[in-house]
Design a protein around this ligand. Sequence first.
Ligand code: CA
Length: 522
Amino acid sequence: MPTPSRVLHRYALPMLAVMAIAGCGGDDDDDVPATGAVATAAQACAALSGKTLAGATVSAAATVAASGAAPSYCKVNATIAPQLNLEMRLPEQWNGKLYYGGGGGYNGAIPGLSGGNLTALQQGYATVNSDSGHAGSGLSAAFALNDTYAANLFGSLSVPTVTSSAKEMLQTAYGKAPDKSYFEGCSNGGREALMAAERDPNLFDGIIARAPAYNWVGFMGQFNRTAKALAAPGGQFSAAKLALLAKSVRDACDSLDGIVDGVVSNPQACTFNPTALRCAGGVDTGDTCLSDAQLAVVSSWTAPASWAGGAYTNAGWALSGNEDDPGAWPVWVTGNGNVLTALQFLFQDTTVKNYLARDPAQDSLVYTWDSNLNAIYGLAALNDATNTDLRPFKNSNAKLILWHGGNDSALSYKATTAFYQGVTTSVGGQAAADEFVRYYIAPGVDHCAGGPGADQTDLLAALDAWVINGTAPGTLTTAKVSNGATQFSRPLCPYPQYPRYTGPANDAAAAALASNYACTSP
Ligand SMILES: [Ca+2]
């Protein structure tokens, strides 16, 4: 659940397939009506200017010059009355497909041209994004307090509504509806992705759900529980204590994947017990041990959460050995020493104030998460995308890729594992699941991107090949990229496999290559 500006936009895929647009589309005569899929960006803009299509009134349509990695395109802004704002980006040479990029956190702004949106535009997709029906900070649920329509738009209605308008706009701009339509999102965008798969199974031909925030009641409740543990007397973690915890996990488990590379890629084999770090008598005696109050934080982290008599759950987190990464516990859990600034605290706090207690003055740290069952049921009805029976989606011949970072300190990959296992059961077993869903865990990767692991994979190309050619994705390749250069690569293994090092010992060059790892069952 990153806010759009803080985390989601860090996800920038390498430019793998830049469309050869130079030398084509030179006819930017705006007077030529777009009669087919060969319209330039300028012609597409001209065709849409001033139109109202499927309820969306175009407020602006203008070409944007190429800049940096972004090609030139037609930017279309439109509003679906009264409050749902969307933006489409139409390339110079449309590939005939629609890419819908999801939001982040509590949304409230139109995601920018970066990350998956940029990759898709570079590959010739027409892209669409929305603010999901309200303006505000991605950290604030204030929109939901007194605006039921805004709450419904955020929860589930904005995606199908915007998709209808986007398809209609493409029909008008190019004279044809999209051949294929895909949705990709991370965090809350991943929740939007699964919501679409569950409630609107015919809307998209393919969906990528990354780090999906699908069990809103369950994980927000665990945010509340862990924030209370951190705020309890003696519960706060210093940087040194956090480093102690992470290093202890690495010391015990880093090598279990065949290589000491700072990443625990085989967490299922890791049996490290944090009580080994307990201070004598459970009282804080310094940075070389954890007090009972601090161990209670770790317990809140790793133990599953259950609310409303078991109706809503969240899987606990696995200890990763990289809890001290700046994009992990410091920003999400401990708030760098002040829990009141941690993103987990802030998200549950605004949820208590605006959905559950419905009182902006409510102190979330003294609020019992499931004390008001009607409020819990209402929140779940709006935002939970926990229905794992994806048979209608499967029967529509659509494909789903699930992805989660192994060092995600916002949302637990174990929750996504539980969703995947639920889907497998619901559709009748592994063989049936394999026909339409893949699940990948990226070891050492933070929430949506970042962290010590390899975080860059062209999942959109893998999804497109599956939808278009029937080429089901198997082992993919993922890379760590810095300033446009690949630092190292790894295989991205289909669940439940993990990448095990099979290359020569003490060879840094070999260790940096995906070809020296084998996807292995734990
Ligand atoms: Ca390792």
